[in-house]
Ligand binder design. Structure first.
Ligand code: GLN
Length: 447
């Protein structure tokens, strides 16, 4: 009730939630109370959680930030949602996001922009802006989110909270509306690394319904939280700290690295020589996959259908023209183009080769360090409207997060201070495959 009241008071200004359903939430809370009374409570029983509106949840409207799914009430639970339910977590509502998770500012939502609680003239980051704002404004103690090219880490950084993007395959994508399937990964957003670890314990785990879910033993992500950082080697890629990085972000990160040194870590310089190829590779591969994934929204089985049409082809065309926003259409066009006969080899195939090279760069980096330090974004949160008319400027702001998804690696962003206009700065730590516990450990020691 405390959180529902806070949402009722703050959401009209912040717009972090698309859907709130007091009755369903209170029913889940009563069920959690009953299991506690019956002695069946787990560590998170009764803890409220906000779900990004990309995770299907039975009986809940699941819009994915799109007019296309405005009327869609899911008939089933995503794996992540089912796991949260089984752990006794109580759903507070559904958080706002860029349409189909395409964006870096939450300005692409069909449900309006989300406002950054630190400065309501600033964007919250995206695409998981609603989840980050819900946590930052204390409208929820934790939230689920997804990260295809930075959508957990960048909004965490812009809103001064902690977010973890796990190794690809650790969290099942079953029931998570698909954007770019080879990059999409669910993960937690919370105030602290410790809370992220507790939530990842619930979200992670093998699921046969996702063909890329990894059959690895269940881990306790809290197990290394209290380990000292003595001897931890933190790599600073020189390509990440040069031109293009704002001075205020640089100085907050330098101060954070000094704190890591004080905690016993060694900071070494490394090189990720092909960093600048991440943006062109990602903005070929992600739209290519999106153009295929979004072909399911045809107005036939579910989602928006145009009111008037002449024949089947016209129905598809009108439904999609009305249901999708401008950025989604731009990605579908780009994706169809790079996959088309005659261009496939020049763009898509090249991008896949670059993807491999970027992974090799990271592996060479990890030969010299345990974790890689990086900014989450080149600047603090920008002003609402500042980049919304310039898609390429928006894409360029993803330079420090995309490589992690292309390589399938885990990354965490945690708050390290404030930059210009009092807007938060986040530090990103990137680990090798399955090093989530180590990343959480480092962030926890810092916090
Ligand atoms: N900003 C990137 C994009 O627009 C990443 C989004 C995401 O991670 N879902 O595609």
């Amino acid at each position: 009730s405390h959180y529902l009241d806070r949402i009722a008071a703050a959401n009209p200004a912040l717009n972090a939630f698309i859907t709130v359903d007091r009755e369903q939430t209170l029913a889940m809370a009563r069920a959690a109370d009953a299991s506690r009374a019956a002695g069946q409570a787990g560590p998170l029983t009764g803890v409220p959680i906000a779900h990004k509106d990309i995770f299907c949840a039975e009986g809940w409207r699941t819009t994915c930030g799109s007019k296309m799914l405005d009327n869609f009430v899911s008939p089933y639970d995503a794996h992540v949602v089912a796991q949260c339910k089984a752990a006794g977590l109580v759903t507070l509502g559904r958080t706002n996001m860029d349409e189909f998770a395409m964006g870096s500012s939450n300005e692409n939502s069909a449900y309006g922009v989300v406002r950054n609680p630190w400065d309501q003239t600033a964007v919250p980051g995206g695409s998981s802006g609603g989840s980050a704002v819900a946590v930052a404004a204390r409208l929820a103690p934790a939230a689920t989110a997804t990260d295809t090219g930075g959508s957990i880490r960048q909004p965490a950084a812009f809103c001064g909270v902690t977010g973890l993007k796990p190794t690809y395959g650790v969290v099942s994508r079953y029931g998570m509306v698909a954007y770019a399937s080879s990059l999409d990964q669910g993960g937690p957003l919370a105030q602290t690394a410790e809370d992220c670890a507790l939530l990842l314990n619930v979200m992670a785990g093998f699921d046969a319904r996702d063909s890329t879910s990894l059959e690895v033993a269940k881990e306790d992500y809290t197990r290394e939280l209290n380990q000292p950082l003595k001897g931890l080697r933190i790599g600073m890629p020189r390509e990440y700290f040069g031109a293009g990085l704002a001075a205020d972000v640089m100085s907050a990160i330098e101060a954070a690295l000094a704190e890591y040194r004080r905690l016993g870590a060694d900071v070494v310089e490394i090189s990720l020589p092909r960093t600048e190829l991440a943006i062109p590779a990602y903005y070929v591969i992600a739209p290519a996959e999106a153009s295929s994934n979004l072909s399911r929204f045809d107005g036939v089985r579910y989602g928006h259908r145009a009111a008037e049409y002449e024949n089947l082809a016209d129905m598809y065309e009108k439904s999609r023209a009305e249901g999708f926003g401008a950025e989604v259409k731009r990605r579908i066009l780009t994706g169809s183009y790079v996959l088309s006969h005659g261009y496939y080899d020049a763009y898509y195939l090249q991008a896949q080769k670059v993807r491999r090279l970027l992974s090799e760069d990271f592996q060479a980096g990890f030969a010299q360090c345990d974790v890689i330090a990086a900014p989450a974004a080149p600047t603090v949160a920008w002003n609402i409207g500042e980049k919304s008319k310039d898609p390429v400027a928006m894409y360029l702001a993803d330079i420090y997060t995309l490589g992690v998804n292309l390589a399938g690696l885990p990354g965490i962003a945690h708050p390290v201070g404030f930059g210009s206009q009092g807007r938060p700065v986040g530090l990103q730590l990137i680990g090798n495959y399955f090093s989530e516990a180590r990343l959480l450990n480092a962030a926890h020691q810092f916090q």
